[in-house]
Design a protein around this ligand. Structure first.
Ligand SMILES: [Zn+2]
Length: 322
C-alpha cells in the first residue's frame, strides 16, 4: 500500500478546521510555550496550559487505549506534536493527521482549538482516540466508524448536541443510507450528518457490546469489507439493512438503554477500567464507561454545567459556525 496521509477532524465544519490550519501555518507568534511529555510535544499560549494539555493527552492516551483495546499503547518512536490555540470565544475543534505506510503509522500532527475547558474534556479525547485507532489499525477506517467512535468519548454536552443534530438531519432528509455510509473513506460534501449519524450508530453498537467488541467488529469488517459478516459475528445482526432498520427504530424510540441482559453482556465484555454509571440515553454509556480519570474530568465539568441550563450550550461554545 502506498503511503496515505490520513486526517481526522473532530469538528464537522470544514471551514473551521481550514481556517484554523491556515492560522497555524501562518506562523502565528502568539504561541509561546512548549512542553514535552513521553509521547507529545505541546505548543500552547502559556507553559501552564501546555503542561495541562500534555498531562491530559498522556492520561487519555493511556486510559482510552485500555478502554478500546484492553491494553495501553507502546510508546511512539517519535512524539506527536500538538499545537493548541486557546481562547474562550474559539469554536471547539481539532484535526489530527498521520501517515500510513507499509503497515506503519508516523508523521503525527495534531492541532486543537477552543476554550481550555472544552479542549480538555472533548477535543483532546476525540483527537487522541484517532491516534489510538491509527496505532492499532494502521490503516484508514470508514469515516463513520472513526469519527463516530471518537465522538463517543466527548463530554456528554457535546454528545447531546450531536444527538439533537441527528434528529434534525433525519427529519429533513439528510440522513445517509448505511450502504453508502459504510463505503465512505472520505468526508462527504454534506459532512455534518456523517458525524451525528456515525456517533449515534457507534453508540448503538457500543451499548450492545462495549468498546472492545466495536474494535473487533471494525477490524473484521476492514479485512475483506464484509461488514455484514462482521455484524453477524459480533452483534448477531444479519446485515446493513436490518442494522439500519433497528438503529432507526431505536432512534425513533428516543435511544432507550438496551435490555439488562444485553447491557450486562456489554459490561462483562470490558476487562479493565470501566465504571458503570448513568441510565439516561444522554448519560454515559452503560457499556464502556469512562475510566476514573475521565470520570473525574466529567464530574468537574458537570459541576460547572449545573450552574448553566442543562444541555443548552452557550452561544459561543460551538463557535462561529452554526
Ligand atoms: Zn475526528
Amino acid at each position: 500500500m502506498e503511503a496515505v496521509l490520513w486526517m481526522g477532524w473532530r469538528y464537522a465544519r470544514a471551514f473551521v478546521c481550514a481556517g484554523f490550519l491556515l492560522a497555524v501555518c501562518g506562523g502565528d507568534s502568539a504561541f509561546a510555550a512548549d512542553h514535552r511529555t513521553a509521547n507529545f510535544v505541546i505548543e500552547a499560549p502559556t507553559p501552564e496550559s501546555a503542561r495541562r494539555i500534555g498531562d491530559a493527552a498522556e492520561q487519555y492516551r493511556h486510559d482510552l487505549a485500555i478502554e478500546w483495546l484492553g491494553k495501553p499503547l507502546p510508546r511512539w518512536s517519535s512524539p506527536c506534536p500538538i499545537v493548541a490555540q486557546i481562547a474562550p470565544h474559539l469554536g471547539a475543534g481539532g484535526a489530527t493527521s498521520f501517515v500510513f505506510d507499509r503497515g506503519e503509522v508516523f508523521g503525527w500532527n495534531m492541532t486543537i482549538q477552543g476554550s481550555e475547558e472544552r479542549i480538555l474534556d472533548s477535543v483532546l479525547p476525540h483527537e487522541v482516540t484517532h491516534t489510538v485507532f491509527a496505532t492499532h489499525f494502521r490503516r484508514p477506517l470508514p469515516r463513520w466508524a472513526d469519527e463516530g467512535a471518537c465522538t463517543t468519548v466527548e463530554h456528554p454536552i457535546e454528545r447531546a448536541r450531536q444527538h439533537r443534530l441527528l434528529i434534525e438531519f433525519l427529519s429533513t432528509g439528510r440522513g445517509i443510507a448505511f450502504h453508502k455510509m459504510f463505503a465512505m473513506r472520505d468526508y462527504p460534501a454534506d459532512i455534518l450528518p456523517l458525524y451525528s449519524q456515525g456517533y449515534s450508530l457507534a453508540r448503538y453498537l457500543i451499548e450492545r457490546g462495549g468498546r472492545r467488541r466495536y474494535v473487533g467488529f471494525v477490524e473484521q469488517g476492514l479485512k475483506n469489507e464484509d461488514w455484514s459478516g462482521s455484524l453477524r459475528r459480533h452483534y448477531d445482526i444479519e446485515g446493513l439493512a436490518p442494522l439500519q432498520a433497528s438503529w432507526l427504530e431505536w432512534v425513533r424510540q428516543g435511544c432507550p438503554a438496551p435490555p439488562a441482559s444485553v447491557a450486562g453482556n456489554a459490561v462483562r465484555a470490558i476487562a479493565v477500567g470501566g465504571t458503570v454509571r448513568g441510565q439516561s440515553p444522554d448519560a454515559e454509556f452503560i457499556a464502556g464507561g469512562p475510566s476514573k480519570n475521565r470520570a473525574s474530568i466529567y464530574a468537574q465539568q458537570a459541576a460547572k454545567a449545573r450552574d448553566m441550563k442543562p444541555l443548552v450550550l452557550q452561544p459561543n461554545s460551538a463557535g462561529p459556525n452554526r
